[in-house]
Design a protein around this ligand. Structure first.
Ligand code: MN
Ligand code: MN
Length: 319
């Protein structure tokens, strides 16, 4: 079994990796690869700017909505969809600079009608639900049925589309299996399950599109995840593709963070991250992972191991 420390460190790396990808990619959001090359050569610094004119280390809706989910869970001591919707509402009322159209519509519907599930909409196959999967993957670690329920419930607050649903489930599973120590082949197998059900996600020939369409987003993430060998290289590849770079960065960051682990996050990027965001992520990631079925099992195993150790050391003193 994966130790409690391993789970905690990889869970933390997933959440921090997501925020790093968001902050790094915000600079090149909506640019083309050619424009990025002309301006930066290779974009590799958390430098702010971008169309949102961010400060260096500032994060956008991807991280903020993920923190909304985490806050709702911690406030309620467990999963509570209405609490998530309330956190989204409070966030939207604070006038954040960057809100996706589908997210805005879903939250506004909740405010007006109390509705917790957007109706099916053929235009809802954006990446706005999959970008907030990190806290859901952490909370439900070790229980795939619970992952399925919570992933789809949070997704459909704003996005109701089979491609978005499938993306949320696949990314959630990839983050979880990476936290539990899966290798590249196991992660790739999860993408093959997705492409078997929805061939449109196939990424063996990458088109180069990195738009907010969830298919383009996952193809970009998977292409760089499986053609690079480090967290840093994967994220640099993704954000230099431009398009919805903060969100491809966020999704790549959560999977690559879980896979490569905490020591793989470049210190210069971590240092740049908005300190308040970093602190909140550090506290909440550990809480969420500790509440999860796998986290609780690892703690219980550790406690009983310690008891066994104390018993046997007493035994040896007596002998
Ligand atoms: Mn964003
Ligand atoms: Mn985005």
């Amino acid at each position: 079994m994966t130790s409690r420390t391993d789970i905690e460190r990889r869970a933390l790396a997933a959440f921090l990796g997501m925020a790093i990808g968001d902050a790094l990619g915000a600079t090149t959001e909506f640019m083309t690869p050619g424009e990025i090359r002309a301006k930066f050569g290779v974009h590799r610094k958390i430098a702010g700017g971008g169309w949102l004119r961010l400060k260096a280390g500032e994060v956008t809706d991807d991280t903020q909505m993920s923190l909304c989910i985490a806050r709702a869970v911690l406030r309620c001591g467990g999963w509570n969809l209405r609490a998530v919707a309330e956190e989204f509402t409070a966030w939207l009322k604070g006038n954040p600079p960057d809100v996706g159209a589908t997210c805005r519509r879903g939250i506004r519907d909740y405010i007006l009608t109390g509705r917790l599930e957007a109706p099916f909409n053929e235009w809802d196959a954006g990446n706005g639900a999959v970008m907030r999967m990190a806290p859901v993957a952490l909370l439900t670690l070790g229980d795939e049925a619970m992952l399925g329920r919570c992933a789809l419930a949070q997704a459909r607050l704003t996005h109701n589309h089979p491609l978005s649903d499938a993306a949320c489930l696949t990314v959630g599973r990839m983050v979880q299996q990476a936290i539990l120590g899966a290798d590249r082949f196991a992660l790739h197998a999860l993408t093959r399950e997705l492409t078997a059900a929805y061939p449109t996600f196939r990424f063996n020939t990458y088109s180069g599109n990195a738009s907010a369409y969830v298919v383009d987003t996952l193809q970009t993430v998977f292409n760089y995840l499986f053609t690079t060998g480090e967290f840093e290289e994967c994220l640099i590849g993704v954000v230099n593709q431009g398009g919805d770079a903060d969100t491809t960065g966020a999704v790549a960051g959560m999977i690559a963070g879980a896979f490569y682990g905490l020591d793989a996050l470049p210190p210069r990027w971590l240092k740049r991250l908005d300190p308040a965001v970093r602190t909140e992520i550090e506290e909440t990631a550990l809480h969420l992972a500790g509440m999860s079925p796998a986290g609780r099992a690892a703690s219980a195993a550790e406690a009983s191991g310690e008891r066994r150790f104390e018993d046997s050391s007493e035994g040896s003193r007596e002998a």
